[in-house]
Design a protein around this ligand. Structure first.
Ligand code: NAI
Length: 265
């Protein structure tokens, strides 16, 4: 049984990094509902296989690639394999990311570097190799980088994370300028608090550090969202589909908050 929503990405091939779970899974499923085939890049191919199954249930193709986005050789190979498997790549969603709750004065050099490696360098590497393929294939493509409201309004404990997500916004602007001549748009989304394993882990770490309960922390975080509720992964997917589709053709270099109003509260 098909559960298609619309045809806005009909026949497109979209690569989603970190597509095994959480927001990445929501984006992959939402893209499939608009008619896209999806390649999933993740450290966890076993979990990504479940996302691939959800995509196939919608009636679209899916392929899983075990890849660490911080490893340029592995990224380059996975991009070639994805191109070979599901055809020219029309869209990329750079979603793979990590977050640890650590006060800045307790953040080690290794922890700082790890946030930048995965969140900033990883997104750059995948964008670089996918964009080269898009140019070679003469595809009018679209790249969406998943930043965060933490790039602009970080909580205490989001020093390395927020800074790495701000780096993503900076390279989004540059890439938009550099790829315009190839008909490739580059944008970012900035999710607020979304119901995923990452947020669950963040709440657990912060609750331990501050000797409080996860429920209380979540309620405090959501108080700062105008809509006063947590977001769902597919709700980030709605905005991503807009940016990947023809309807987003005149949007580039932009970063869109998908945050229940957090950045305006
Ligand atoms: P998650 O932790 O639930 O999922 C992240 C996925 O990325 C996992 O499947 C993981 O295996 C994969 N991944 C991590 N490191 C990787 C690497 N080096 N190479 C390949 N894959 C890797 O996280 P969640 O919550 O779904 O977040 C997804 C993105 O959205 C992240 O970039 C995160 O920073 C961002 N975000 C999340 C928010 C939230 O409230 N959940 C809010 C704002 C931004």
């Amino acid at each position: 049984m098909s559960s298609r929503t619309d045809d806005r990405l009909d026949g497109a091939h979209v690569v989603v990094t970190g597509g095994a779970r959480g927001i990445g899974r929501g984006i992959a499923v939402r893209c499939a509902r608009s008619g896209a085939d999806v390649s999933l890049f993740d450290l966890r191919p076993d979990v990504a296989a479940e996302t691939a199954e959800r995509v196939r249930e919608i009636g679209r193709d899916a392929a899983v690639f075990e890849v660490d986005v911080t490893d340029e050789a592995a990224v380059s190979e996975a991009v070639d394999d994805a191109r070979e498997g599901l055809g020219a790549i029309d869209g990329l969603v750079n979603n793979a990311g990590i977050q640890q709750a650590i006060p800045l004065l307790e953040t080690s050099e290794a922890e700082w570097d790890r946030h930048f490696d995965v969140n900033a360098k990883g997104s750059f590497l995948v964008a670089k190799h996918v964009a080269k393929r898009m140019i070679a294939d003469e595809v009018a493509g679209s790249i969406v980088n998943v930043s965060s409201v933490g790039a602009e309004r970080p909580f205490p404990g989001q020093g390395a994370y927020g800074a790495s997500k701000a780096a993503v916004l900076a390279f989004t602007t540059v890439l938009a300028k550099e790829l315009a001549e190839h008909d490739i748009t580059v944008n970012a989304v900035k999710p607020g608090t979304v119901d995923t394993p990452m947020v669950q882990q963040w709440l657990t770490e912060r609750a331990e550090q501050h000797d409080t309960s996860e429920d209380r922390l979540l309620a405090e975080a959501l108080d700062d969202h105008i809509l006063d509720r947590i977001g769902q992964p597919e709700e980030v997917g709605h905005a991503v589909v807009l940016l990947l589709s023809e309807e987003g053709d005149w949007i580039t270099g932009e970063s869109i908050a998908v945050d229940g109003g957090y950045l305006k509260a």
